[in-house]
Design a protein around this ligand. Structure first.
Ligand SMILES: Cc1cc2nc3c(=O)[nH]c(=O)nc-3n(C[C@H](O)[C@H](O)[C@H](O)COP(=O)(O)OP(=O)(O)OC[C@H]3O[C@@H](n4cnc5c(N)ncnc54)[C@H](O)[C@@H]3O)c2cc1C
Length: 406
């Protein structure tokens, strides 16, 4: 493993840092106030489109899509992208500015990898241009969706159409008025082998039969403008050509989708944790209690030291995972993918929690990004598959490996 960044990655890091300093950080408070204001519910921050245009001009666009995608990709490896995602993770306002936000990144990768030329023309192109957004509809309220074989939504072929019926929730991004397309996971054949029952299909958001029942809150916030929707699909009809890859291949697509997409969250969370530690160091150097600066209390120093160690451990693990994906593919990297999924969100919650504590009351209100960073770490412990599921699979694979070795 060699974690020396390439010159290309270093140049982009410098450019990205400058962009963040010029556009994003000075507006962070304003962005937070705007998105939290009920009067602006489901509206994009007014400066977003201008920032996106500026990011395109600077060549800071679609950096997430790895070099293997040829002309569609700006040509970075996952290892080159990791420090860039970390920089974006330092602000909740950033990743969409560079067209590098979830769930679109995963959906774009699915379309780039498995889409037909027609599907790519219709949906991938506007997504890569940042003209529309998308959502991924897998989770269902009625079944434990951490086990995706439980998914009940039916996708039935009728002539040259598929008819979809089911209920989904936690469809992130679906409340955004710019969201135009869903990737829906459901069963095309409930009698097939467990992992061959599921398929994925493209469904335009305005198709008759789609009903957005309600947005779901996250710790009391609507996460506007993206939101997380509960959605009912009743006799939703789409052309048969909207099916991705083929009937029964939903799990295969899910594996392809969730490799790089998962490590992007981890890369960004490291940025959120590092930004929290930086804020903590600044605050404790300024603030005084009981006749001393907070920085001079031993418990605070320990919290800072432990946080720095934990961030660096998580960063190196994540880089190692990115490197393995680049060299050997997602399948070969699956142990490391599970490891970072377990380690990084928990580390982020711990580090951000320490920073919140050191800020006192200021740490939980809108005056710092800390409360949002903590929320981000906490939801990723569930949203990309619960921690326990990653440990369950990692433990199983490690034991299996040992048995083969004997
Ligand atoms: C903010 C947010 C955004 C999301 N965005 C999306 C999205 O865009 N699209 C989408 O389809 N879904 C999304 N999800 C849903 C997410 O993927 C599911 O919540 C997750 O997969 C868990 O499924 P579940 O909620 O049905 O929990 P369940 O499957 O009911 O699991 C509940 C709990 O059981 C425990 N558990 C499960 N399996 C095991 C095991 N093997 N060992 C030990 N314990 C176990 C875990 O603690 C788990 O949290 C999002 C969720 C959140 C919170």
């Amino acid at each position: 493993m060699n974690f020396e960044y390439t010159q290309k990655s270093i140049d982009l890091q410098n450019k990205l840092k400058k962009f963040m300093e010029h556009h994003i950080y000075p507006n962070e408070q304003d962005h937070q106030t705007y998105t939290a204001d009920p009067a602006n519910l489901w509206k994009n921050y007014p400066k977003l489109e201008a920032w996106k245009e500026a990011a395109k001009i600077e060549g800071l666009w679609n950096l997430f899509l790895p070099v293997g995608y040829g002309d569609l990709s700006p040509g970075l490896t996952n290892l080159e992208y990791a420090p860039l995602a970390e920089i974006m993770g330092r602000s909740a306002a950033a990743s969409e500015v560079f067209n590098c936000s979830a769930p679109d990144t995963g959906n774009m990768e699915v379309l780039a990898k498995y889409g037909t030329p027609e599907q790519q023309d219709q949906w991938l192109k506007p997504l890569l241009d940042g003209k529309i957004r998308s959502a991924f509809l897998m989770t269902e309220p009625d079944v434990a969706s951490s086990d995706a074989t439980n998914i009940q939504t039916s996708i039935k072929k009728e002539g040259d159409e598929y008819v979809i019926n089911g209920q989904k929730w936690w469809s992130s991004g679906a409340m955004n008025p710019h969201c135009k397309v869903f990737i829906v996971m459901g069963k095309t054949d409930a009698t097939a082998h467990r992992h061959a029952q599921q398929s994925m299909i493209l469904v335009p958001k305005d198709t008759p039969g789609i009903e957005v029942i309600r947005p779901l809150s996250v710790f009391g916030s609507w996460d506007s403008p993206e939101g997380h929707a509960e959605i009912k699909l009743t006799n939703v009809r789409v052309p048969a050509s909207n099916l991705l890859l083929g009937e029964g291949r939903g799990f295969e697509i899910a594996q392809g989708r969730l490799g790089p997409g998962r490590i992007h969250h981890c890369m960004r969370l490291i940025g959120a944790a590092q930004a929290s530690l930086d804020l903590m160091c600044k605050r404790v150097a300024e603030r005084e209690a009981f006749g001393r600066k907070l920085k001079d209390f031993s418990s605070i120093r320990q919290d800072i030291a432990k946080s720095a160690c934990e961030i660096e451990q998580a960063r190196l693990l994540t880089l190692s995972c990115a490197d393995k994906i680049d060299k050997f593919g997602v399948k070969e990297a699956k142990k490391l993918i599970s490891m970072i999924k377990v380690v990084v969100p928990q580390m982020t919650c711990t580090v951000v929690d320490r920073a919140i504590q050191a800020h006192g009351g200021m740490g939980v209100c809108q005056d710092t990004p800390l409360a949002n960073f903590w929320k981000y770490g906490r939801i990723i412990r569930i949203a990309d598959g619960p921690d326990e599921v990653h440990m369950y699979q990692l433990g199983r694979n490690l034991v299996k490996e040992k048995l083969v070795d004997q």
